[in-house]
Each structure stands twice: as structure tokens, then as C-alpha cells.
Design a protein around this ligand. Sequence first.
Ligand code: NAD
Ligand code: GLY
Length: 395
Amino acid sequence: MTGWLPANGWQRTLEFGEGFPCPGTPDSVAAIRSVQVSLGDRSYSIHVGNGLLSKIGDYCRRLKLGERCVIVTDSNVGPKYADPLVRTLKMAGFVPNVVTVSAGESSKSLKFVGECFDQLAMKRLERRSFIIALGGGVVGDLAGFLAATYLRGIAYVQVPTTLLAQVDSSVGGKVGVNLKAGKNLVGAFHQPRLVLCDLDTMATLPEREFKAGLAEIVKYGVIKDAELFKRLERELDKILKRDANTLTGIISRCCTIKAEVVGADEFETTGLRATLNWGHTLGHGLEAISGYNEYLHGEAISIGQVAAARLSTRMLGFPEKEADRIRDLLQRCGLPVSVKLAPKKREALFDAMRLDKKVAQGELKFVLANAIGDVVTGQRVPDADITAILNTLGG
Ligand code: NAD
Ligand code: GLY
């Protein structure tokens, strides 16, 4: 056991062999940990550890899926990891094909959706067939959307290969693509049947992408788990060295938090799931005004989290030294914590934030913190207060 059992007891993290079946013998550096997302007949497992790619055939066989499957991947990840996946799937009796899209956010578009649909039809995918999303959040969101809509919905499996995708985007079933008008404007809720977070894929993940994933990990500490936050402060050096045991513990803890949130508020109706948007109001705005090519998502939400922490102090009396802790941790992760915006850019930022989904009657809404580990959603913040905080973020 990892020692964490929440009060309501419906979500916990198990170690290899304790409860959820893990096929094969663990030949990995770190023991495999498993987390269950509890959603009735749409429940699924998340497994975290080394050596999982080579076991995917066995895992999929247990799901009793059809023979045919398509691995959707991108031009960076496919050449590194698709072949071993194809081999293990064939050995398990599946008939896999690979569809590769260009790496990068531009693949999350209706143009690529159309092209991929044609490929799925050409590979003769049927109702019982399934898709495997092999890649980061871009591939996961695109492949999940294909699975949500092709033949009115087929099964899919997430094999996230970025840190951000392992702790966030592969879990929870939010899938979709971008429009010119904005990010993630077309989508669906469609839960995967399984999530496999193979730590071995972290070995090839570029440093900047790895650090961007840390921003989402810090987020989980702030919204739900003060102990996780302290652990990050304590163990950051090991995390930055990508130590397998440390990463397994941290990733599975984040997945446990996300599983708990999604299990309780799958469709973001009660406000609980909206806590995951901590740092995202300003972060999404920054991504938008820089044309989605200056900041990685995690970098933008790092700055967004510093802004949200400062706003929390101003609006809710969140202690300033706690806001400093958040900034300091993000900075130690190698993430940006300041931003200087010319007046025109500032105006554009407000416009972009208003176009985002987190607006009510024209007023911007933020997730704000009462304490590290305790946040509140839907907090309306007047423009003047946002401006005051932006004045302090100039670096
Ligand atoms: P990404 O998918 O673009 O991957 C980042 C880069 O790393 C890409 O160039 C990719 O080819 C490369 N890469 C991936 N894994 C690699 C590996 N193991 N080795 C070498 N290179 C590798 O970006 P991301 O940060 O993973 O995801 C961002 C996307 O996720 C955004 O579109 C965002 O909107 C979405 N997202 C979705 C959710 C959700 O709940 N659905 C949550 C957060 C973010
Ligand atoms: N990444 C935000 C969510 O899954 O709700």
C-alpha cells in the first residue's frame, strides 16, 4: 500500500499484485502501482511503472476487446515506441495498424480528425475494435475524440508518453480538438478502458516537456494535497533526475487525485472537477495571446498558478508566504513564474480570458486558494484586481 486512503474509501492506490491484475512478471525498476477510476460500468484502471509497453497485449486481452486496433501516435513518439507495441499486440492475438500524425498542437484539428477517420475506415475498424493513443496530450485528445465519435463510439486505451499526459490528460475522458476560434472547443466526454503510464518513455522526453509536466503536478498539491506539495518541495532533486521510484509514487498520487475528482464530478457539474483549472484562467489566456507557440501548456499554467496564488492573497487572505512557496517550487522546477506584458498584450490577455470557458456573465472566474491543499472554484475577480496582480508579475 502507498499509505493513502481517503475518507470515503472509494479510491486508493495499490501496489503491484495487491488487488488489480497486472499480467506478466514485474521486471521493472519500480513496482507497478495501480489506481482505479470508479465510474460504475465505465470504471477503469491506471497502471504506473516501468516496462508496461511490452505488456499491453496482455492487458488488452483482459478487456475482451475485438481483434482489430489502430495505434494513433505522432511523428516523434511513433518511431520510438510503436514497433514494440505492435509486436506485443500481435503476440496477444490482435491485428494492429499504426496511424501517425505530425507532432504538435496543430494535429488536434478537424482536418486531422477527417484524415484519421478515413484511415480507420481503411483499416476496417468495427464496433468492437479499439484505438490506442500512444503519445502526449495532443495524441490522447485527438485519438480519444476519434474513439468517441467513430461508429458512434468505440473503445480506446491511453498510453501517455509525456509527464503531463501521465498525470492529467490521459485520465478523465475529456477528449477533443481545437478550432481556429479557440482550444478544445469541439469535444466529448469519453472514458478510456485503460491507462498505461510507462515510466520508460520518460527517458526520451525532452527536458522542457518534462518540466512542463511538473506544473500540473504542483497543481495537484495546491488543489488537494498539502502533503504532496511538501513531498515535491523535499524530493524535487530526485524528481528532476527522473528517479523511477519517486516518479511512480508521484504520478500515481496525481492520478489518484484526478481519479477521485473525476469519479465524483465526471461532467464538471458540481464544481469539483473545475478545481483542476487552478492556474488555467490566466494560463490559457497567455497561451492564446502568444499563438500557442511561445509557452508550453505547463509553462503558461506555471505563471497562471503564481497569478492565482497572488490573487488568492488579495481576494481571500491566503497567506503571502504560502503564495511564495508556490512560486518558489515552480521556479525550482525550472518553470517561468513571471511575465511582462505591454499594454496592448495585456488588453489581448483580458480578451482571451473572456473567450475561454471560465466566464460567467462577462466576469472572469478563478479557482482561488484558502490554503495549500484547499481551493474554491467560481471566484469572480474584478478586472482591477487582475491588473494589480499583473503589475506584480513583471519579474
Ligand atoms: P504533446 O502531446 O504535444 O507532446 C509534447 C511533445 O513531446 C511532442 O512534440 C511529442 O511528440 C513529444 N513527445 C511525447 N512523448 C515523448 C517521449 N516519450 N519522448 C520524446 N518525445 C515525446 O504535449 P502534451 O504536453 O503532452 O499535451 C498537451 C495537450 O494536452 C494540449 O493539447 C492540451 O490541451 C491537452 N490537455 C488535455 C487535457 C485533458 O484533460 N484532456 C488536460 C491537459 C492538457
Ligand atoms: N484537465 C482538466 C480536466 O480533466 O478536467
